[in-house]
Design a protein around this ligand. Structure first.
Ligand SMILES: Nc1nc2c(c(=O)[nH]1)N[C@H]1C(S)=C(S)[C@@H](COP(=O)(O)OP(=O)(O)OC[C@H]3O[C@@H](n4cnc5c(=O)[nH]c(N)nc54)[C@H](O)[C@@H]3O)O[C@H]1N2
Ligand SMILES: Nc1nc2c(c(=O)[nH]1)N[C@H]1C(S)=C(S)[C@@H](COP(=O)(O)OP(=O)(O)OC[C@H]3O[C@@H](n4cnc5c(=O)[nH]c(N)nc54)[C@H](O)[C@@H]3O)O[C@H]1N2
Ligand code: SF4
Ligand SMILES: [Mo]
Length: 598
């Protein structure tokens, strides 16, 4: 009989999967509300072809699983321990190891490599970060795709965009930008200013939704004053747009149902929270919250409304600027910090200092190579789990589809540690799975998150829906001197423009972060005068990397694109957390190029 499961890769879509005849015959579930019967190549191909770690290792020597587990248990005895968990598999059962950390007195991490800055900006305005259902996106007149590469990272959104006016805001002419009604190919890191400018013009022409504002966001006159602090001419020039383009965009925004699909691209900066808060403020001004067919869709808080059975009182350290050398034992689970964290040289130096680096994962990578203990994991086809999506709210039970001899599940690992270290209090795997599922609503199409609402923010904002929307009312930028753009700033570090290039590190369809295919290419505009196929040394104040040149007219002239699966990309990125949200700031960096003769 056919079985179902879902894809646990870290992706907006979280596709439901139909398994007809073993793992070789899987397909997308055609009636799934967010799928269209198709899976992507990562699931159709890459995951089956990627070579797994099959044998446990201790100090470079292959050992039995029992030996590796007892070495791991010893490493947790009387030591300072840290669990650093990545997002290679987004199943909730990943978090069962929190319970082990609680028992050994170890620490966990806080903060995010991913969407944390944007999330913080959303919470500032709306109180909580609810997900806009795809069904509402389908009812929009205009969709603004703002720093999200939908065809690559969110392909199952495409059917919902059919027949709509599309505006794309992206420094790169992405595939969707080529098909859009308007592509605003703006300067990176200027989205905050663009949102404020659009709001300023909305006020100027009196297109705000006054009736809605009076009821749900009554401080809109203060927001008017705030937008007035921003100078139009220099800002439009800095963003790389003009009055004509802004006017054109406004035609698609006023008096219509509008959805903003905002991606992580706009918030990989210290100011990322302000950017989302400004975009949300623009949306509020247009009255887009709590109405059919409109709103802002970002990465939602997937655990909203749930009580986690894995909550602990463990202390935490930053996930972004972690100093691993503070610990004797570090368990790296489901991630690849030696490649995925910013500032690779700093990360690797601090990992070198760790006495017991335990890698618990599927594939060999830069982190597994440094580990003294390697424990192979099972993948999501080989164990039971539950997944809570961030792109929609259709919760899935993940079922074991194949029996595999390789590795172990996170639950089994935790249970083994409890047994070896003499701890008590771990419940059964089934009871934890049930603890998550029993909190869901059961709908026609399966489980729905308890936070699911057809039209979010219909009642209002905050936890209980009785707060108002709070507009953005300040902006701090420590990276760029913005004095000439506003009437209030003081001078800081970088000039508004200089000869260096912005480093953009978006995702690629060949990989899921550092899982699957790795690359060695940089994409440059031909006007920079480099030759395709040659190599170039890219340098920032944090490090350098040599990559193969690909020329592309699609990249803005003052940017370069190095996809996030590229070997060494994070040699260039800073050890920096965002002003709010404790997020990595991968793009808060400018780089220089130097030809490599050869
Ligand atoms: N420069 C730059 N860097 C970035 C980004 C960027 O945009 N630019 N993006 C950032 C973002 S958004 C993210 S989310 C992070 C992701 O960074 P990480 O969270 O470190 O994820 P990956 O690098 O994909 O590594 C995932 C690993 O998880 C392991 N794994 C997979 N499934 C399982 C499982 O079921 N169990 C266990 N135990 N292990 C498993 C695999 O071995 C794989 O190597 O990267 C960030 N890094
Ligand atoms: N195939 C595939 N799918 C994935 C992933 C993957 O690695 N591969 N990763 C998954 C994960 S972990 C995440 S977090 C999501 C992220 O998915 P997205 O939200 O799509 O994020 P990115 O691909 O990092 O960047 C999106 C776009 O932002 C643009 N951009 C960069 N800087 C700026 C800027 O300053 N302003 C504006 N307006 N745009 C900018 C980039 O050019 C890019 O087109 O994708 C998920 N889906
Ligand atoms: S990676 Fe994303 S698009 Fe591909 S199968 Fe998984 S959830 Fe669907
Ligand atoms: Mo992410």
């Amino acid at each position: 009989m056919a079985k179902t499961t879902a894809c646990a890769l870290d992706c907006y879509d979280t596709c439901k999967i139909l398994v007809e005849d073993g793992i070789a015959h899987i397909k997308g579930y055609s009636t799934h509300p967010t799928g269209n019967g198709a899976l992507c190549t990562l699931l159709n191909k890459s995951i089956h072809e990627e070579e797994r770690i099959t044998k446990p290792r201790v100090n470079g020597k292959e050992v039995s699983l029992d030996e590796a587990l007892s070495a791991a248990a010893d490493a947790f005895k009387d030591t300072k321990s840290l669990l650093w968990r990545g997002s290679g598999n987004r199943g909730v059962m990943q978090e069962v190891t929190n319970l082990l950390m609680e028992k050994v007195g170890g620490k966990l991490t806080h903060g995010s490599l991913c969407d944390g800055a944007g999330d913080a900006g959303i919470v500032e305005g709306r109180g909580i970060n609810k997900t806009l259902p795809y069904e509402q996106i389908a009812k929009a007149d205009t969709v603004v795709i703002w720093g999200r590469n939908v065809t690559v990272t969110n392909a199952h959104m495409m059917p919902f965009l059919e027949g709509k006016n599309i505006i794309v805001i992206d420094p790169v002419k992405t595939a969707i930008a080529k098909k859009a009604d308007i592509h605003m190919q703006i300067q990176p890191r200027t989205d905050y200013y663009l949102a404020i400018m659009l709001a300023r013009f909305i006020y100027m022409e009196d297109s705000q939704d006054t009736e809605w504002l009076e009821e749900f966001a009554s401080e809109y006159e203060d927001f008017y004053d705030f937008t007035q602090e921003h100078r139009i001419k220099p800002i439009l020039q800095y963003i790389g747009t003009d009055l004509g383009e802004i006017g054109h965009a406004l035609n698609y925004l006023r008096d219509q149902k509008v959805v903003f699909l905002v991606g992580t691209g706009v918030q990989k900066y210290s100011t990322g929270a302000s950017t989302l808060h400004a975009i949300d403020s623009l949306a509020a001004l247009l009255g887009l919250f709590g109405q059919e067919g409109s709103g802002v869709h970002y990465l939602g808080n997937s655990q909203l409304g749930f009580e986690s059975p894995f909550a602990t009182l463990c202390k935490t350290v930053s996930k972004v600027v972690t100093d691993f050398s503070d610990f004797d034992t570090v368990l790296v689970q489901c991630g690849n910090p030696a490649e995925s964290m910013p500032d690779t040289s700093r990360v690797c130096e601090s990992l070198e200092e760790v006495e017991n680096l335990i890698y618990f994962g599927l594939y060999e990578n830069e982190t597994s190579k440094r580990a003294s203990i390697v424990i192979p994991a099972k993948n999501f086809f080989e164990k039971e789990d539950v997944i809570l999506p961030y792109g929609h709210q259709h919760v899935h039970k993940l079922n074991k589809i194949v029996e595999s001899d390789i590795g172990m599940s996170e639950y089994d690992f935790t249970q083994n540690m409890f047994d070896l270290l003499g701890f008590e209090g771990l419940d059964s795997e089934a009871s934890y799975i049930d603890a998550w599922l029993s909190q869901c609503e059961e709908g026609e199409d399966g489980y729905l998150s308890p936070a699911h609402e057809k039209v979010p923010y219909e009642e209002g904002f905050g936890e209980d829906g009785d707060d108002e929307f709070e507009f953005i009312d300040d902006y701090d930028d420590d990276f760029i001197n913005t004095k000439s753009l506003t009437k209030v700033r003081t001078s800081k570090k970088n000039q508004l423009t200089d000869d260096r290039l912005w480093l953009l590190t978006p995702k690629t369809n060949k990989a899921l972060n550092t899982q699957f295919k790795r690359d060695t290419k940089v994409y440059l505009h031909p006007a920079l005068g480099y030759e395709e196929g040659a190599q170039v040394k890219i340098a920032s104040e944090f490090g350098e990397v040599v990559l193969d040149i690909m020329l592309s007219e699609d990249v803005r002239h003052n940017c370069l694109v190095v996809p996030s699966n590229t070997l060494g990309v994070n040699m260039l990125t800073p050890s920096l957390v965002s002003n709010e949200g404790e997020n990595a700031c991968y793009q808060e960096v400018k780089v220089t190029l130097e030809k490599v003769e050869g």
